[in-house]
Design a protein around this ligand. Structure first.
Ligand code: HEM
Length: 511
């Protein structure tokens, strides 16, 4: 009994010690956050809602309410100028809308992608998601090796060879639209262009014909949508996954990621076997993904990295172009004069030809302008972020660089030596929103007006304020691919159909 009493007293002391240490650590952390605030509070910015959570609850609220979070960033950019700050714990986010700083940061490999956003996408809700794939790789060497191997699959000579696939997949959409027109049924264009771009990417990237216009139960469109929605909530709302009302969404998102990774595993295995059996395989993205793993033999994680890239192309290569097409179709439906001008060009360049050729693409200049203007108002991948390691001056304001401290504390406690390594990473990162930049009056006059003339050949080129494909070494690898595909689809649509938008629908952007 006495022994038990002693043990209980000792356990009580231990708990008290532990609590005291935890309180001390929390106190030190709060001091640290205070120090970070003091260091960056000379930057203008909206008032913090909370000492520790900074602006994150406001952003999460905005996201949950269904409003476009970027509109809030736009308001702040208009109010606080080309550089301001936002806080979350010990992180400082610095949105940048200064052209020279945009040029310096995005064009230089010195500024790596930041860990706060991109490391977070390594796993989503505990399941490996984009891992160390091309979009999310932070380590320069790992990224560079992959990019160098992937480049040939996006060279102009390779892309030229994809014209027949672009035409053929676009024709499937035209056949479907003809069917709908015949029966006078409405066409849900966002859904339909999604099918085209998914059909295209799976065919040209992985050699698989999903034929979504004739397959009604493919799980892939929904899985991709689920991943993208999940990604938005996961990035914006740190507590999203812990709220009971979100359990179903979290579970479905995990399942969607698993489905895509399992599909990747299956298709990669089949391709590997085909290569081993000496079969002829296309020099497509899947072949390049296998090559990058071969060159990377020392990397124990190569299978997982192949899957990371499989997911990266499956997702990055599809929805962005589909949404660009959907927005372009919407604007053309709303603006008959622009549609008439485009039709004139398409009639002149394509006429009644059944195929759009590679040479035709260069002559469809007004169509290029329409597509560029679409991405100005509706950038379908709205931004990027970079880690600012060193001090930088933006618009005359000095912004101290991020630094990393490693604090080592060791303490003797109840017969145990507890060594506690506490790594406190203080990250400052610059955020570039193409959505905000393109909607600022100081860069684009009358910014909400859809006007393709902004991109006519004799108009001044936007100077580091228009970057729907990002800029510099980490810019979009699929830019030319996507714009060739978009041009073929839109040219064929305009060549073959007149359309009007159904009345009563909303033109609001879904974030
Ligand atoms: C309208 C269509 C598209 C838009 C607006 C777009 C936009 C972007 C943006 C903004 C980035 C930078 C992302 C970041 O920094 O986080 C990016 C990266 C990337 N995109 Fe695209 N993209 C489009 C289509 C495509 C397509 C069709 C593919 C592939 C077939 C693709 C493959 C990639 C890859 C691999 C990267 C990572 C590049 C790197 O870091 O080396 N994209 N894209």
């Amino acid at each position: 009994m006495a022994l038990l009493h002693v043990a209980a007293v000792q356990a009580g002391y231990l708990l008290a010690y532990l609590l005291a240490v935890l309180l001390l650590l929390f106190f030190c952390y709060c001091l640290y956050v205070r120090h970070v605030h003091a260091k960056y509070d000379h930057l203008p910015g909206p008032p913090r809602e909370s000492f520790l959570l900074g602006h994150s609850r406001l952003i999460a609220r905005e996201s949950r309410s269904g409003r476009v979070v970027h509109d809030r960033f736009l308001e702040w950019a208009e109010k606080y100028g080309p550089v301001y700050r936002l806080n979350f714990l010990h992180y400082v986010i610095v949105p940048v809308y200064d052209q020279e700083a945009t040029k310096e940061i995005l064009m230089s490999p010195k500024y790596a992608k930041d860990k706060f956003v991109y490391k977070r996408l390594f796993n989503m809700y505990g399941t490996r998601f984009l891992g160390n794939g091309l979009v999310t790789a932070i380590d320069h060497d790992l990224w560079y090796r992959q990019r160098r191997i992937m480049d040939p699959a996006f060279s102009s000579s390779y892309l030229r060879g994809l014209m027949s696939t672009f035409n053929e997949r676009a024709d499937r959409l035209m056949d479907k639209l003809a069917e709908l027109a015949e029966s006078q049924s409405p066409a849900m264009m966002r859904e339909l262009v999604n099918k085209v771009t998914l059909d295209v990417i799976t065919k040209v990237a992985f050699g698989v014909d999903l034929d979504l216009f004739h397959t009604s139960n493919s799980p892939f469109p929904r899985a991709i949508e689920r991943c993208l929605e999940g990604m938005v909530h996961f990035l914006r709302d740190p507590v999203f996954e812990y709220l009971p009302q979100n359990r179903k969404e979290v579970r479905e998102t995990r399942k969607a990621v698993q489905l895509l990774r399992e599909t990747g595993s299956k298709w990669i295995t089949e391709r590997k076997e085909a290569v081993q059996n000496g079969e002829d395989v296309p020099m497509d993205i899947l072949t390049q993904i296998l090559k990058s793993a071969e060159e990377n033999k020392s990397h124990e994680d190569d299978w997982e990295i192949m899957l990371d890239n499989f997911l990266t192309f499956f997702i990055a290569g599809q929805e962005t172009t589909a949404n660009q097409l959907a927005f372009a179709i919407m604007e053309l439906g709303r603006l008959p004069e622009i549609m008439a001008k485009l039709r004139e060009e398409v009639d002149e360049v394509i006429g009644t030809k059944p195929e759009v050729s590679y040479e035709d693409l260069g002559n469809l200049t007004y169509l290029s302008q329409v597509l560029k203007e679409t991405l100005r108002l509706y950038p379908t991948a709205p931004g990027t972020t970079r880690w600012a390691a060193d001090d930088i001056v933006i618009d005359g304001i000095k912004i101290p660089g991020g630094f990393q401290v490693v604090v080592s504390v060791w303490k003797k406690m109840v017969m145990l030596i507890l060594q506690l390594y506490l790594e406190v990473k203080h990250l400052v990162f610059s955020q570039f929103s193409s959505y905000v930049s393109s909607r600022l009056e100081r860069f684009f006059k009358d910014p909400l007006k859809f006007d393709p003339e902004r991109f006519s050949l004799d108009a001044p080129k936007p100077y580091f304020c228009y970057y729907p494909f990002a800029l510099g070494p980490r810019s979009c690898l699929g830019q030319n691919f996507s714009q060739m595909e978009a041009k073929v689809v839109l040219a064929k649509l305009v060549q073959r159909f007149d359309y009007t938008l159904l009345p009563g629908q909303s033109f609001d952007i879904l974030d």
